[in-house]
Ligand binder design. Structure first.
Ligand code: IMP
Ligand code: MG
Length: 182
């Protein structure tokens, strides 16, 4: 498997991450206005959100804790969602917190739909979702999910790089690209 072409280059990603961070920071300040010690919890979905989160958080200069959760939906070489599974514990102390879920990509909607429901049930003070990529699904998503921040809209094709994998590989590529058909 090889990357056929670059879809979004590293400079464009960096600019967008900075702009998203600025907007998220402004919104967090608005949502927590008047709270003396707002509790901000950033929740990256591993492993795909690893790279984006590392860049994004450096543009959100507020006191925060980082509480990753692991959710998988693509066992092995599958390139379509197989349903979302949460692995391990999800934080249970989010009542009153300002939670920002971060993921690499919104595809079928199952991953973010599941986590949004699980977190919302804890009554956080605010709950937002940031995704780097938003896949255009002409036939609609398995689950429609409200996403407050979205970096780039892309066509319905399988992408890798900047955290996104195929069968566990390609996450370390600095640009986002499309795989050559095999
Ligand atoms: P969803 O549950 O179908 O929305 O899928 C979300 C998860 O599937 C993301 O967190 C990604 O890890 C993975 N995923 C979806 N589309 C792609 C892709 O094009 N390339 C790599 N991973 C993807
Ligand atoms: Mg993922």
């Amino acid at each position: 498997m090889n990357v056929a072409r670059t879809l979004i280059g590293r400079d464009e990603i960096a600019k967008r991450a900075a702009a998203m961070g600025a907007q998220i920071t402004a919104d967090l300040k608005r949502h927590s206005h008047g709270e003396e010690h707002p509790r901000v919890v950033l929740m990256p979905i591993l492993t795909g959100a690893l790279v984006f989160t590392a860049d994004l958080i450096r543009h959100i200069p507020v006191q925060m804790s980082i509480r990753p959760v692991t959710i998988s939906s693509y066992p092995g070489t599958a390139t379509t969602s197989q349903g979302a599974n949460i692995h391990g514990a999800v934080p249970t102390d989010l009542k009153g917190a300002h939670v920002l879920i971060v993921d690499d990509i919104l595809d079928s909607g199952r991953t973010l739909g599941l986590l949004r429901r699980v977190i919302a049930a804890q009554r956080p003070a605010s709950l937002q979702i940031a995704v780097l990529l938003n896949k255009n699904k002409p036939g609609g998503r398995s689950e429609e999910v409200e996403v407050e921040y979205s970096g780039f809209e892309i066509e319905d094709e399988f992408v890798v790089g900047y955290g996104l994998d195929f069968d566990g590989y390609f996450r370390n590529l600095p640009d986002i690209g499309v795989l050559a058909p095999s």
